[in-house]
Design a protein around this ligand. Structure first.
Ligand SMILES: [Mn+2]
Length: 487
């Protein structure tokens, strides 16, 4: 889907045709110019002068799948009662851009005609009131439209809005159920579909095995060539790799047939399969598919959504799990990994394919997997949990480092990080908030984007950052719990 955003400029008939023509010409110019610097096109649509025009453009936006959101601005004054009927029906993300055409007040030129034409400073306030009054989820960005930092903020919001569009059409393919007895990976699928749009359904592992058996050697050969181009082979067990290729092809066929962008499986249900998909899942994730281990469909869908929000529609966002700590005083780290399935989009160098015994689960043979070190950089980890009656998204700022040891006998990909406000206080906060062991780790989606996404989705957002204390977090969670019960 090629997405765009609509630029809707508010005005009224009071000003006469000359002013309105100028507004229209400038709005077009601004949309075209800004589009050169934004990740998605901003398309000028209308200078709205009546209730009917606004209601019509909203209706059109709602029904246009390629429209991922609307950006409004009031060059002149636009009486806000005109916006009520349209806004009451708006189903797309909404950003209010408070800006003006001219950067500076022209000392000599300014007169009453100039004031008449350039009144965003109060036009945008009237416009802001009605959205506040209607309790609309929105983003307000104020600044000069040609400034890079302003365009960057709008661009960042656009990507979060893409996350909304992707979420609303998300389909998750589950192979097998959740890992037995695990709580945090559970959730209300009806609630999630209502709130986030996700269609989460199950397919039999037996059907996957049937699909695997139908994969041809030529198909496997082609994928093996792709593996060779992207990864080093650090095993002689070529058959194990070919088996993973077969799994990947079969899963991809099944997902593509159903329009699924994310999947789960569990080591407890591999009936008829020789290996837990490792390399297969990793290479699918590298192509933008979401994945969650142990049947965790929430983290799977979130991975796919955050990948879509990132750079080039498949950023460095990946399924992750806090595995074990390094608690040396003053030098504390979390080691993130998974049984097999870490996406190579975070690899610091070229990943290598290895085969090792995996004692857990139903593996008859040694599964092939990609092994690598994660790259350095600031990142976030995100966990979506079901609080019973509502969803909470927890986000924490972290800093990934080059792993401080090489861990030569660790047979899986690894990422190492410190966390805000510190590893241990951060863990206290995370546990207090109920965050899962599974997360989406992202190097390119920001906490602000996740907050914007939660605002648009109308779910709770909790941010653990350098300023968070356990006491302040407990207080916020207590108030938030009450607020969400009243909502
Ligand atoms: Mn896990």
């Amino acid at each position: 889907m090629k997405y765009n955003f609509w630029f809707v400029v508010g005005s009224q008939l009071l000003y006469g045709p000359e002013v309105l023509e100028t507004v229209e010409a400038r709005a077009k110019e601004m949309a075209e110019e800004m589009s050169k610097h934004l990740p998605y096109p901003l398309v000028y649509k209308v200078t709205a002068k009546s209730n009917q025009q606004i209601a019509d453009i909203v209706k059109e936006a709602n029904y246009d799948d390629s429209c991922a959101g609307i950006v409004t601005w009031c060059h002149t004054f636009s009486p806000s009662k005109m916006w009520i009927n349209g806004f009451a029906n708006l189903q797309k993300p909404y950003l209010h851009f408070a800006t003006q055409y001219n950067r500076e007040i022209p000392n000599e030129e300014i007169d009453m005609d100039f004031m008449n034409l350039n009144q965003a400073a109060h036009g945008d306030r009237e416009h802001g009131f009605i959205a506040a009054r209607l309790r609309m989820p929105r983003k307000v960005v104020c600044g000069y439209w040609q400034d890079e930092d302003v365009q960057q903020r709008i661009g960042s919001w656009m990507k979060a809005a893409i996350g909304v569009a992707v979420s609303k059409t998300m389909k998750v393919m589950r192979f097998g159920d959740n890992m037995r007895e695990v709580a945090v990976t559970e959730g209300d699928k009806v609630e999630v579909q209502t709130k986030l749009g996700w269609q989460v359904n199950t397919w039999a592992v037996g059907d996957l095995v049937k699909e695997m058996n139908a994969v041809t050697d030529a198909e496997v050969d082609a994928l093996m060539d792709e593996y060779k181009a992207n990864y080093d082979f650090a095993t002689d067990n070529v058959e194990a790799i070919r088996y993973q290729a077969r799994e990947e092809i079969a899963m991809k066929k099944m997902m593509d047939k159903e329009g699924c962008k994310a999947f789960t499986n569990t080591f407890q249900d591999l009936y008829g399969m020789e290996q837990l998909p490792g390399l297969a899942s990793q290479h699918l994730m590298a192509q933008g598919y979401g994945y969650g281990g142990e049947g965790d469909w929430k983290v799977s869908a979130m991975t796919s959504i955050m990948k879509a929000m990132g750079e080039n529609g498949n950023g460095a966002s990946l399924f992750m799990e806090d595995y074990t700590y390094h608690l040396e005083k003053g030098n504390e780290y979390s080691l993130g990994a998974h049984m097999l399935e870490v996406c190579p989009c975070c690899a610091a160098g070229r990943a290598r394919i290895e085969t090792h015994h995996l004692g857990i689960g139903m593996n008859e043979k040694d599964p092939a997997r990609l092994v690598f070190e994660g790259k350095e950089g600031d990142a976030i980890v995100v966990s979506l949990i079901d609080m019973g009656g509502r969803l909470r998204l927890i986000c924490q700022d972290i800093h990934c480092v080059k792993p401080i040891m090489d861990m030569p006998n660790l047979p899986v990909a690894r990422v190492m990080w410190t966390a805000e406000p510190s590893l241990t206080v951060g863990a206290e906060c995370w546990i207090t908030a109920g965050g899962a062991h599974h997360t989406v780790l992202s190097y390119d989606v920001t906490a602000e984007q996740m907050k914007d996404w939660c605002t648009m989705m109308d779910i709770e957002f909790v941010h653990i950052n350098k300023d968070t204390t356990v006491a302040s977090l407990e207080h916020d969670l207590f108030l938030s719990d009450l607020a969400w019960k009243l909502k």
